[in-house]
Structures are given as structure tokens and as C-alpha cells.
Design a protein. Sequence first.
Length: 488
Amino acid sequence: MTDLTTPSPRRERTFLGHPRQLATLFGVEMWERFSFYGMQGILLLYMYYTVAEGGLAIDQGVAAGIVGAYGGTVYLSTILAAWAADRLFGPERMLFGSAVSVMFGHIALALIPGGVGLAVGLVLVAFGSGGIKASASTILATLYGEGDDRRDAGFSIFYLGVNIGAFAGPLLTDTLRLSWGFHAGFGLAAVGMALGLIQYAFNRRKLPATGRDVPNPLPASARAKVGALAVAVLVVVALLVGTGVITADRLKWIVFGIVVIATIAYFTLMLRSPKVTAIERRRVLAFMPMWVASAVFWAIFQQIFTVLTIYADERLDRSVFGLFEIGAGATQSIEPVFVILLAGVFAAVWTKMGPRQPSSPMKMAAGTVIVGLGFLLFVPMAGTGPNGSPLLALVGILLVFCLAELSLSPVGQSLSTKLAPMAFRTQMVALFFLSVSMGTVLSGLLAEFYSEENEVAYFGITGAVAIVVGLAVAATVPKLKVLMEGVR
């Protein structure tokens, strides 16, 4: 007798309704951000606190500039990492090697005292974090087919992992810093990255094979030349540092100049490359105003680690309902709490709306306007004196920052993968991170203009500029939709 029963199709195992491999990327990014933001939460304090307080006694303005330059280098290094991923190693191998670099950077900060440990640690973390950022986004994009409306939501869930790490990192490292000193906090960051590496090592082979492909392999004959060039660059940088051309107070301007040159070069390369089709070229053009909006957004948002860290240390009443006081570094954990609570809401809304959701350019324009409004909210608190600004007010402002971040950051990453020319998959993601690099460097440059006496002008003018830029991008959305050739 013939069995006419039709077997039920096997259901695909998912992670929150998305491809299961999203969990692996979620995990490694969460631990990397735990270590990154945990270290950054106490970095500025470590530099400008006195030696008696366990710090390096660097001038506060110079220290803020170094933080901005370091942060800018993190995102600038995505260019080198993206090139290496596209031409030498493939995104997946680049991701693993970069995570190892981050771990050793935190170990250097924890174990090597003084300026040497600071320099070695920041270089290793900067280049490692840049490699993770460019590669993880590229691998994540391979989990979704073209036209899959889950993509923006997937990036929002991925962003949730980022912010779980960003919440726990500063809170725990600053707690250890208060009890055991700065180096204990840096050590905890190293442990966090080690945990991320372990979970990734067990699951990396389950990722799509396309993540191990090298999209545009460098000819074997050219590899020796690239190696020689890399060695030459390292020698030149060492000589410039040794002769005093590159100094701590000039670093932010050097990074700023490199970001400007790299951005112009990358846009020019993609627009002129014979490997880029006419449709892809129009999409690259459409990305330009979004790049500007993103840079302006990050110039304000990244001041969480420069101006707002100083603000929390000197101007904020950090007592919690009069019961206990949190450290200045721990205030950096506030904004990620809101992202954790709301990232899933944003993802669910975008998924529910599907093709009816606002276009990516409109989301990014809204994010830039909202973060500008957030900065304007500091104006009423001007002149309250040392430790006079209420903690609850800062919490409210950081909620506004969160709404802006969720409107722009995961959307910008997702959009860069959708607009990317085929020959520049990872490098297009790196171009987006160049906007973050520019904004981060600007956050350090702008910090030099901040003081308690000019808070009204500082917060007012900076916030107003962001609002104007966001509205200008919103006005160009109809034209951008035409250039994007069907990409939303």
C-alpha cells in the first residue's frame, strides 16, 4: 500500500526570527563592545587624573583630543581592514584576527604602566576594533538575500548586542577602577574580549561560506609590494614620532587630515572604477549626503566620551536618590540601557511596516535632527555650578540620544551594504565608518571649545548645526530615492 502522507517541511531554526548565525555575530560583537566601551569609559579619566589618583596627569584638553583621535583611528582603520578583507583574507578571517588584536591591546593597557602601555594598547585596540566593525557588518549582510525586508531589523538586533556590551562594560570597569584602580578596569576589558573570542571560535565554521571568500583577490605578484609598503609606512611613522613631528596634541589634527583624504579618495575610486556599473555609481552618489549627516551625528554623539565625560566628572550631581553615588565613567552606561530596551521595538516596528517604513535616508535625517535637539537640552542647565546638574536630566537627554542613534546608526550600516558596489562590498561599509571616524575626531576637536562659562553657546550652536544638516538631508530624500535605483 502506498503511503500518500506528505512529510511536513523542516522548519528553519532561527534567532529571534532571523538566521541563526546572527547569534554568533551578536555574541562576538557584544563582548568586543563590552571590552571597547569598558576601556573607553575610564580612558579619559585615566589620562587627565593626577599620578596620585592613578592617572597620567595629561592636560585635560590634550587628553580629550587623544580620545577623539583614538576613536577616529578605530573607524579609520576600517578602511585598511576592509581592503585586507576584500583582497587578502576574506571578512571572516579578518574578524577573527582583529578580535585577537583587541584582546592583546587591553592586556597591554592592564599590564604595561605609563605612556608606553597607553600607546601600545590604544594602537592594538584601534586597529583590531576597526577590523571587527568592517568585517562583522559584511558577514551579517550575507545572512540576508537581496530584497529581504528583515535586513534593517537584523542590523537593529545586532545593534542590541553592541549596546548590551556598551552598558555592562563602563559600569563594571568603572566599579573596578574605583575599588582597585585603572589597570584592574583595563584587565576586565581584556577578559571580556577573551570570552567573545571563545564563543566565536566554537561557532565560526557555521557562518556562510561566502564570508570566507576573498571578493577581489590581490594578485600574488603584488603581495610582496604591499608588505614592503606596510613596513615602510611603519618605519616612517616611528621616525616621525621619534623626532617629535607626531605629538599627542597634534594627533587629532593628523587623524582629521587622514580621514578627509581617505574619504575623498574612496568616493573617487568607487565613482571612477571600471568594476562599478552605472547603477552602482548612482547609488554611491546617493550615499554622499547620508555620509555628511552621519558625520555630524557622530560629532555630537561621540562627545559622550569627551565633553560629557568631563561634564559628568565636574558638573553632574551623580548621587542616585541620595543613596549612593556612581562614578563618572559609569554614566556612559546610561544611554545603552535605553538602546537595549528600545532596539527590539525599533526592529519590530520596521519589520511590521515592511515596505511601508520610512526610507533609510529619511531615518538618517531624523536621527541627525534628534541628536541636535538632545544637545539643545543642555542649555537650560548652564550655570548650575560644580556638581549642580541633576543626574535625572542627563538621563533624559541620553534617552533622546538613544532615539537618534537607533534612527541612524544601524540603518546607516545596513544602507552601506545595500548600496555597495559588488567589487567594494566590505570597503563600502568602511566608507560608512569613515563618517563615524570623522565625527569622532570632531568630538575631540570640539572639546577644546567647551568650558562651563560658554555652555550656552557651545551646546546651542552645535545642536543647531546638526538640526540644519538633518533638515537639509530630509529635503533631498526624493532625489536620493531616484539615485538609489530601488534600494530603500
